[in-house]
Design a protein around this ligand. Structure first.
Ligand code: IPM
Ligand code: MN
Length: 360
């Protein structure tokens, strides 16, 4: 047995299906820790709509403190239909953006992989889907989500609104480096996605990515316009290795990637900065339509816990154990409702139990 790890994990279940899927991720982490002799402690904190309803801010100061002093943060999802009318800065989602910014998590890794056994849930032909395994590297603390000026104005009774897409060369360089480093450990290809035929920020993006590429002669770089990348992702998803892009481009293309492999419920993500705790959350949202009924797919949350083991705790073997267990569960026919196509389905907890039984 390897070195024993002790770690504190801040758990932010959030809203909608967040608490249900996070319960399964924590269950799996506890099982892995027990099997491998690690000591993990979990501290739950209010976040998102759950915090707002309690009269708190979407990211309460005490929650941020709990995250800062933890070794990693495990997060469910935020948002809720009852807050739909509010301006962006007062919605539950503002808590997530504040957390990413406060923890300086400038890189979001979203691996997209075709899982054996669930290809029938994909809208793609099996031969198109086959071999799909790419990594979206989404810039997470800049771009259109954070640029200034932003907001709404009224001039002479007429409404207007502005959002700004701003990048400094340093912001582009640091996330580009992460993409090239990741490509080195994969198939050695980076596709930089932009809209350089229209946007100034994209022209700078392309320039800086080309400069970074000089330090990685062993990695092949190509550039793709974001509209074309969306089409190529549907036509030839298996051709991609690592993709790096602006914050909102990454938000959109990662949902597209999830659609390709069959369900948003399957995809994990890791948000990393240069220092301090990193954050792990499934790519999916709160799914209010199925919340609280044990219908949600916890695979994305469980696979996010695997990324936590790998990146935050330096436990690659344990991470692989969890990933293999999820793969084997899916390959063996374990299905939550999103993947069952109307057939018999496991509950959220039932899927978690199946994964634990396969931890081997
Ligand atoms: C995501 C989500 C968030 C985002 C929302 C909830 C703010 O869609 O993590 O992809 O847009 O980043
Ligand atoms: Mn999204």
């Amino acid at each position: 047995m390897g070195v024993q790890v002790r770690a504190r994990i801040a758990v932010l279940p959030g809203d909608g299906v967040g608490p249900e899927v996070i319960a399964e991720a924590v269950k799996v982490l506890r099982a892995v820790a027990a099997a491998r002799g690690h000591v993990l402690s979990f501290e739950e904190a209010p976040f998102g709509a759950a915090a707002l309803s309690g009269g708190l801010l979407p990211l309460p100061a005490a929650t941020l403190d709990a995250c800062r002093s933890a070794d990693a943060v495990l997060l469910g999802a935020v948002g809720g239909p009852e807050w739909d009318g509010l301006p962006p800065d007062r919605r539950p989602e503002a808590g997530l953006l504040a957390l990413r910014r406060e923890l300086r998590l400038y890189t979001n890794l979203r691996p997209v992989r075709a899982f054996g056994g669930v290809s029938s849930a994909s809208p793609l032909r099996p031969e198109t889907l086959e071999g799909t395994d790419f990594l979206i590297v989404r810039e997470l603390t800049g771009g259109l989500y954070f640029g200034e000026p932003r907001g709404r104005t009224i001039t002479d009774g007429r409404r207007a609104a502005v959002d700004s897409l701003v990048y400094s060369e340093e912001e582009i360089r640091r996330v580009a480096r992460v993409a090239f480093e990741a490509a080195r450990l994969r198939r050695g290809r980076v596709t930089s996605v932009d809209k350089a035929n229209v946007l100034h920020s994209s022209q700078l993006w392309r320039e800086v990515v080309c400069e970074v590429a000089l330090d990685y002669p062993d990695v092949t770089l190509d550039h793709m316009l974001v509209d074309s990348a969306a089409m190529q992702m549907v036509r030839r998803p298996a051709a991609f290795d690592v993709l790096v892009m602006e914050n909102m481009f990454g938000d959109i293309l990662s949902d597209l990637g999830a659609g390709l492999v069959g369900s948003l419920g399957l995809l994990p993500s890791a948000s990393l900065g240069a220092i301090g705790p990193s954050l792990y959350e499934p790519v999916h949202g709160t799914a209010p339509d199925i919340a609280g009924r044990g219908l949600a797919n916890p695979a994305g949350a469980i696979l996010s816990a695997a990324l936590l083991l790998r990146y935050a705790l330096g436990l690659p073997e344990e991470a692989a154990l969890v990933e293999t267990a999820v793969e084997r569960a899916l390959a063996g026919g374990a299905r939550t409702a999103d993947l069952a196509g109307g057939g018999p389905a496991l509950s959220t907890a039932g899927f978690g139990d199946r994964v634990i039984a396969l931890l081997g």
